[in-house]
Ligand binder design. Structure first.
Ligand code: GLN
Length: 192
């Protein structure tokens, strides 16, 4: 299995490190031809406006959309989630418009701009998932084809899946719990 990590800006090195720990062939993606032969793609957190500009500059926009249309599984975390969304509010960058969710950028108040919390994510099993939120977006709503995977205590949606697209508001690559990445690999392998 070969997974690409969009290496424009943000936390791509951390995602590659997690994939290597899970013994997966992980490659940085900056050129359109680097998407060839991939079984899945991760779009990391960072700054969504910057990543969006670089996706255009690297001529990746159309190729990613085309591969996604043919079923390439994609996992977007934080800014990567914003980039997958079809709808958004709050100074929204040009996204790939692949997943039927509405996201809100920098949606948490100043005090809680960055925070960590234990989440119940039933798809990952009983044990709570320790999640790191950094100036995170939230999911306002999901379309009928999307499934909510996790919420904060106040009901805010922070993880979802639509077929082979997976998103999380937080940074699963920053902790030692690799269940979220394993879940994505299971989607790639057709086990989920
Ligand atoms: N605040 C960033 C944005 O709106 C996302 C933050 C992150 O990816 N950690 O693009």
């Amino acid at each position: 299995m070969k997974i690409g990590v969009l290496a424009a800006q943000g936390a791509f090195a951390e995602h590659i490190a997690v994939l290597q720990k899970l013994e997966v062939d992980a490659v940085p993606v900056r050129l359109p031809r680097e998407l060839e032969g991939l079984d899945g793609l991760i779009i990391p957190g960072g700054e969504s406006t910057t990543i969006s500009k670089l996706i255009t500059a690297y001529k990746l926009r159309e190729v990613i959309k085309e591969r996604a249309g043919k079923g390439l599984p994609i996992f977007g975390t934080c800014a990567g989630m914003i980039l997958l969304a079809k709808h958004g509010i709050n100074g929204y960058p040009e996204t790939l418009k692949l997943m039927d969710i509405t996201v809100s950028r920098n949606a948490f108040g100043r005090q809680k701009e960055s925070f960590e919390t234990d989440l119940k994510i039933p798809a990952l099993g009983e044990k709570p998932f320790h999640a790191v939120f950094i100036r995170a977006p939230l999911i306002k709503s999901v379309g009928s084809g999307a499934e909510v995977l996790g919420k904060l205590g106040d009901g805010t949606i922070i993880a979802a899946r639509e077929s082979r697209l997976l998103v999380a508001s937080f940074h699963p690559e920053l902790t030692d719990d690799h269940r979220f990445h394993q879940y994505f690999l299971d989607i790639v392998a057709g086990k989920r």
